[in-house]
Design a protein around this ligand. Structure first.
Ligand SMILES: [Zn+2]
Length: 191
């Protein structure tokens, strides 16, 4: 196989993975809307990565209730408290004191790096486990994975679910022998 064909094959493998990774933020949403979003995404596996599930548990977002309703919709539910972002509170505090776009961006980048360092050291085995599930399942094309957090944001600099998606894509890139430098596109407006 020549180099070009090999590269095209790698890119194709990546392109098969990326559209199967999703996220959802629940803060301003009710359960039926979240279920509708999951359906639109074609999610088959919901990966809950909230640090705590207390907030909104009475609105149907407790792990027990989610497992039940998602099961009825043929979606598997897994809660990984260990993948919650322990630095989130500190991150939002720092954001409040940042005064200009440059500083805001710096806080964002540091928060992202801090979380990535954390999962790469303290949560290495768990991350590998999820990666295997995501990138190596048999019925890959049918399997869509959605990471769930509170953050109702479309800004990849704001929520650790984006960083987890980036990490999954980068692990795939490492596997394919491509540089692990993937970052999700950042929207122009940072607010
Ligand atoms: Zn979040």
């Amino acid at each position: 196989m020549n180099l070009q064909t090999m590269m095209a094959k790698k890119v194709r493998k990546l392109q098969q993975l990326i559209p199967r990774l999703h996220r959802v933020g629940i803060t301003h949403k009710k359960l039926p809307l979240v279920l509708k979003i999951l359906k639109t995404q074609k999610t088959t596996h919901l990966i809950d990565v909230r640090y705590s599930t207390l907030y909104k548990s009475k609105q149907g977002f407790s792990p027990q209730h989610l497992e039940k309703v998602l099961g009825q919709a043929n979606i598997t539910y897994t809660y990984y408290q260990k993948l919650g972002n322990p630095f989130h509170r500190e991150f939002t505090q720092k954001l409040k004191t940042a005064i200009n776009p440059k500083e805001i961006r710096q806080v964002h980048d540091e928060a992202r790096q801090e979380y990535l360092n954390f999962i790469r050291s303290e949560r290495k085995n768990l991350i590998q486990l999820i990666f295997k599930k995501i990138a190596h399942t048999r019925a890959t094309k049918e399997d869509h994975f959605c990471f769930m957090c509170y953050c109702d944001t479309s800004n990849p600099l704001r929520c650790h679910t984006y960083w987890l998606i980036e990490e999954m894509i980068n692990l795939k890139r490492v596997e394919l022998d491509l540089p692990p430098d993937y970052q999700l596109p950042i929207p122009m407006e940072e607010n």
